[in-house]
Design a protein around this ligand. Structure first.
Ligand code: UDP
Length: 359
């Protein structure tokens, strides 16, 4: 399959690209590198640098590549930032998403998988959350992801279009090549591992007075490898049939508390990892766990790596081989690699339509 991965230089996107390449697919990544990393794009996938808001450029790339299916992972995804700057989120996640849909329609590409979020549910009334449960996002991040799902639904209702949206919560773990490298980092597991690596003195536990067994919040963690496998199954499922829009939750069905994560990280890393309880963070529901029965039944998805210890061990291993994330080439045997080999690999200049530049 010829696949365009929009946002394929980010954490989830780059790992999906690895999975598609390993399965023998022909992959192009389209990314503005605002939060992604060019060296996260594994060969032989190609990297085209461009904005998701640039409809004409997207259409040009889709046509040039004769793309058959698109995975859309490009989004602004920080809740706090979305509250501070909703315009940025509506422009990028909704405006950019619609530009992608229009470009796909113009280029005759009618298969799309969307990397969505369980933030579309807001504060769940029950857990585990099922796909048909009420969607009431409580921040612009969740609202913009849900708005784009609405656009997908209506494209499928009005045009020949097969689309799947995958909703999930917390992603963790790494492959040998790709891992999590955000700046700023706000997520629990990478912050815990920073403490293990002596880059911070302690981890903060945001509240210990929640109605959960140990008083800390419970979250659903999925290994990024399992997520990548789900993306591939979903792309395959868009291969035939009538126009359709389907939603699948991806979750581990069991959650882990913040304390359990810290405790498991101590075991996996063999480091003390001091923790201090501080006050609750605004907007954190006590328990977020998704039911993925539908994905298991209809897509045949079987998470295989989502045990907490394995996710932590894989994330820790990636940290040890990439002590400065993607800022430097990965270490293999303790010696730095030649920068010319691993930097900006495969990046391709695709001319903007109407531009004179040659490929
Ligand atoms: N959390 C924490 N300390 C941190 C970061 C996160 O206690 O330094 C908690 C947070 O309150 C939430 C859980 O860990 O209950 C997961 O938070 P994260 O930001 O990783 O993901 P989210 O669930 O918000 O998508």
């Amino acid at each position: 399959m010829r696949i365009l991965v929009v946002g394929g230089a980010g954490y989830v996107g780059s790992t999906s690209v690895e999975t598609f390449v390993d399965a023998g697919h022909d992959v192009t990544v389209y990314d503005d590198l605002s939060t992604g990393h060019s060296s996260a794009v594994v060969r032989p996938a190609r990297l085209v640098r461009g904005s998701i808001e640039d409809r004409a450029h997207l259409e040009h790339v889709l046509r040039e590549d004769r793309t058959e299916a698109v995975l859309h992972c490009a989004a602004k995804s920080l809740v706090g930032e979305s509250m501070a700057n909703p315009g940025l989120y509506y422009r990028n996640n909704v405006g950019g998403g619609v530009a992608l849909l229009d470009a796909m329609r113009a280029a005759g590409v009618n298969r799309l998988v969307y990397s969505s979020t369980a933030a579309v549910y807001g504060e769940p009334r029950r857990v585990p959350i099922a796909e048909a449960d009420r969607t009431e996002p409580i921040n612009p991040y969740g609202a913009t992801k849900l708005a784009f799902e609405g656009a997908m639904r209506w494209f499928a209702a009005s045009h020949e279009f097969r689309a799947i949206s995958l909703r999930y919560f917390n992603v963790a773990g790494a492959t040998e090549r790709n891992g999590e490298d955000h700046e700023p980092e706000t997520h629990l597991i990478p912050l815990v591992l920073r403490v293990a690596a002596d880059e911070a003195t302690h981890v903060q536990i945001f509240g210990q007075d929640y109605p959960t067994p140990d008083g800390t919040c419970i979250r659903d963690f999925i290994h990024v490898r399992d997520l990548a496998a789900a993306h591939l199954l979903a792309l395959e499922a868009t291969g035939e049939g009538d126009s359709s829009f389907e939603v699948y939750n991806l979750g581990s069905a069991a959650g882990f508390s913040v304390r359990e994560v810290v405790e498991a990280a101590r075991k996996v890393t063999g480091r003390g990892i001091p923790a201090r309880v501080v006050k609750r963070r605004t907007g954190d529901p006590p328990v977020l766990v998704a039911s993925s029965r539908r994905a298991r039944r209809e897509l045949g998805w079987q998470p295989q790596h989502s045990k907490l210890e394995q996710m932590l061990a894989d994330a820790w291993a990636w940290r040890l081989t990439h002590p400065t994330g993607y800022a430097r080439p990965p270490r293999t045997d303790g010696a730095p690699l030649d920068r010319s080999v691993s930097d900006g690999r495969g990046e391709r200049q695709v001319p903007r339509p109407g531009a004179a530049a040659s490929v």
